[in-house]
Design a protein around this ligand. Structure first.
Ligand code: SAM
Length: 246
């Protein structure tokens, strides 16, 4: 079981690197976002961070609202997407009345929530027939060089527990459906390191450990034919789950 203090520290760590987060985290594939949003209108991006998912949502939904607890992440979202209303709030206390949204969607964040409390809030702010969706981007570990990079990225802070079960379960939600999409992020050795440096476990360790991990990864990437010739693709998989409110 993850130490609750470390879990809370990691959940609150992203703002310390918000500008790099916005610049170096991968986007979500349009098809994955469309699969969740469908032809609905009023969408809440919950735990919106710097707006990585919000920017794609704007292509599909007429009204997009963001909720994000971290002031630095929210400030970056507002700087990049000034027309999107961005409110301070958490998944466990969503600052909107009942039935305010057709869709509540969250990117790379459902695992940070207190799941039962969050699903009670999410189903409260969804109208009946509305959709909850959660998305995650992850590296395609069937690619040997990328699997090795993931191994080298491990730090003294352990893995998050419970990430394998992504299914939202609540009495007001129907059965969850899941789908995956392959995509890629264009990277160089240095921008790959910048992407990895936005991971929560690397944000909470001390600078010496982080530098040593980056040195190992840099050396490895420069040694591989796939990644040492300039720009390369970082193969990624997006997993999405969706469930409809009864
Ligand atoms: C990995 S970032 C994802 C940001 C954005 N959704 C994206 O796709 O890039 C996780 C976000 O969840 C937020 N967060 C952490 N705990 C939360 C909670 N209990 N309720 C709402 N947001 C939370 C963090 O502040 C952070 O911005």
């Amino acid at each position: 079981m993850q130490d609750p203090e470390m879990f809370a520290k990691r959940a609150a760590s992203f703002g310390s690197n918000a500008v790099a987060y916005a610049r170096h985290r991968p986007r979500y594939p349009d098809a994955a976002v469309e699969w969740v949003v469908g032809d609905h209108t009023r969408v809440l991006d919950l735990a919106a961070g710097t707006g990585k998912l919000t920017e794609t949502l704007l292509e599909f939904a007429l009204e997009v609202t963001a909720v994000e607890p971290d002031d630095l992440m929210r400030a970056e979202l507002t700087r990049l997407l000034p027309d999107v209303p961005a409110l301070k709030g958490t998944a466990e206390a969503i600052p909107f009345p009942d039935a305010s949204f057709d869709v509540v969607i969250t990117g790379q964040a459902f695992h940070w929530f207190n799941t039962p409390e969050a699903l009670t809030e999410i189903t409260r702010v969804l109208r009946p027939g509305g959709v909850f969706g959660a998305l995650w981007n992850h590296d395609d570990l069937s690619v040997p060089w990328l699997a090795e990079v993931n191994e080298l990225t491990r730090s003294s802070v352990g893995d998050l527990q419970g990430l394998d079960d992504r299914t939202p379960r609540h009495e007001l939600l129907g059965a969850a459906e899941e789908q995956t999409w392959n995509h890629a992020q264009r990277r160089t050795v240095e921008s790959m390191l910048a992407s990895l440096g936005t991971q929560s476990h690397l944000l909470v360790i001390d600078a010496a450990e982080r530098a040593s991990i980056f040195d190992k990864i840099r050396t490895y990437l420069w040694s591989r034919p796939e990644t040492s010739q300039g720009e390369f693709d970082r193969p990624m998989i997006t997993t999405a789950v969706r469930a409809t409110k009864r």
